[in-house]
Design a protein around this ligand. Structure first.
Ligand SMILES: Cc1cc2nc3c(=O)[nH]c(=O)nc-3n(C[C@H](O)[C@H](O)[C@H](O)COP(=O)(O)OP(=O)(O)OC[C@H]3O[C@@H](n4cnc5c(N)ncnc54)[C@H](O)[C@@H]3O)c2cc1C
Length: 418
């Protein structure tokens, strides 16, 4: 018996925040969309992150170029940035390009390209908040960056002042002012903080992504289980088996987060993706002690966020292969430091969660058409800011796909820059 067939205008591969957002935007433009994931929506990187919709991140996360910072990483004892020596060797060409792109003049240009997306990140999430019922998961009033010494606080205050032209709302807080906002912080633990007031935080990023996916389905979209690796190119169409149905569509979008290159390589595209891995763990915490805002320890690079499940500690960067086994050192060390800052109860997860931030060496995602395949589109490589930029990426790509004017130049994100 012939198997059932389905027809869509677009197949979106990957139901993380990026794929779900692309699917919703295409649907809003009248496209019949099939959204495919091998698991539940929002169960991978879009679940495990720190939950920041990072409106204040107006400068990309550059490769450090000052000798003091580089020297602090060299011993591989930095809690903020750790590496597997063997991985570092493999990643050397990527690291060299990342370093090159981090020179001040290039960074200015790259930051200028992504700025229109950062500027819209909150309103693009809010575009769906009401319909998806996610208001209760979103908190305004930003996040707080903690500094141990007066000197590091003064330096941070000067760096913040240098961003004046971006019009960001922030306060530099001495210890007393900080304690008024965060009474659970231990006295004497830090010298002060910078409070970035524009960003929004969510208390369960996976649940937000799932709610957006439910909205897509409620509006008539198809969400199916399937393996993107089965994608085939036929005569003027793309084919994929999902939930026992043979789907066909003239266009397909790859939004597979850290796994995007696996599929792209099958079609002859090899993008220079480096992985900055990260871990999280939840902790029990009393109402009094739990942070009111996400707290970022500037030196140790971790973030403490009050989530639905408990206080989530997300670590900084581990440079390693995407699938190499986990190493508990960074999380264990971050936890020791975190316990000096706030009162944390027992661990709530049996194992630390681990994920990977896929980064292109110019710090920009790939958003746009595949250079050599008709009807193939890309949306991945969002590094530190995929949860922030998912919805706005959806708008940009969907407009490009229907040939509508885009709110900013999509050129800097083109795949053929590599
Ligand atoms: C520790 C950490 C903290 C972070 N904190 C923040 C933060 O505070 N703010 C922020 O903006 N960003 C943050 N990020 C980054 C952010 O989480 C990611 O950029 C974002 O979630 C990427 O979304 P995505 O949709 O591209 O990928 P994912 O959420 O990983 O989605 C990819 C989807 O593809 C599916 N998939 C993979 N392979 C296949 C296949 N073969 N077939 C079918 N489906 C497949 C997966 O199941 C998954 O659902 C953080 C990341 C980490 C690791």
């Amino acid at each position: 018996m012939a198997s059932a067939t389905g027809q869509a205008d677009v197949i979106v591969l990957g139901a993380g925040i990026v794929g779900v957002s692309v699917a919703l935007h295409l649907q809003e433009r009248g496209r019949r969309v099939l959204l495919v994931d091998r698991g539940e929506p929002g169960a991978e990187t879009s679940h495990g992150n720190a939950g920041l919709i990072e409106r204040s991140s107006v400068v990309p996360y550059a490769f450090p170029r000052d000798l003091a910072t580089l020297a602090s990483f060299a011993s591989n004892r930095s809690i903020a940035v750790r590496y597997r020596p063997a991985a570092l060797l493999r990643m050397a060409p990527w690291l060299a390009r990342y370093w090159w792109n981090s020179a001040p003049n290039r960074l200015d240009k790259l930051g200028g390209a992504i700025l229109p997306l950062i500027e819209r990140c909150i309103e693009e999430h809010r575009h769906w908040t009401q319909a998806a019922g996610t208001e209760a998961l979103m908190r305004g009033d930003g996040w707080i960056e903690l500094y141990r010494t007066r000197r590091s606080l003064d330096l941070a205050a000067r760096s913040a002042a240098e961003l004046a032209s971006y019009g960001l709302a922030y306060d530099v807080l001495d210890e007393n002012a900080l304690h008024r906002l965060e009474p659970g912080l231990r006295t004497g633990a830090v010298a002060g903080a910078v409070h970035w007031r524009d960003p929004v935080t969510v208390s369960d990023p996976g649940a937000v992504t799932r709610a957006y996916a439910r909205l897509f389905v409620a509006r008539g979209g198809s969400l199916k289980t399937g393996d993107a690796g089965d994608l085939l190119q036929g005569e003027g169409e793309w084919r994929l088996q999902a939930d026992g149905i043979g789907w066909r569509a003239p266009e397909v979008v790859v939004a597979l987060g850290p796994w995007s290159n696996d599929l792209c390589e099958r079609f002859g595209y090899r993008f220079p993706v480096g992985f900055k891995r990260g871990y999280h763990m939840h902790y029990e915490s009393g109402e009094e002690a739990a942070p009111h805002h996400p707290l970022c320890d500037a030196r140790a690079g971790f973030v403490l966020t009050r989530m639905q499940r408990g206080v989530r500690l997300t670590t900084g960067i581990e440079l390693a292969g995407r699938d190499e086994p986990s190493d508990s050192w960074q999380l264990d060390q971050a936890e020791l430091v975190a316990r000096e800052l706030v009162s944390l109860g027992r661990r709530l997860d049996a194992e630390p969660w681990r994920g990977a931030r896929p980064c292109l060496p110019d710090m920009l995602p790939i958003i746009g058409r595949a250079p050599r395949h008709h009807g193939l589109w890309f949306a991945f490589g969002h590094a530190h800011h995929g949860f922030t930029l998912g919805p706005v990426t959806g708008r940009l790509l969907a407009d490009a796909m229907i040939n509508a004017p885009t709110f900013c130049d999509i050129g800097p994100f083109a795949a053929d820059r590599f």
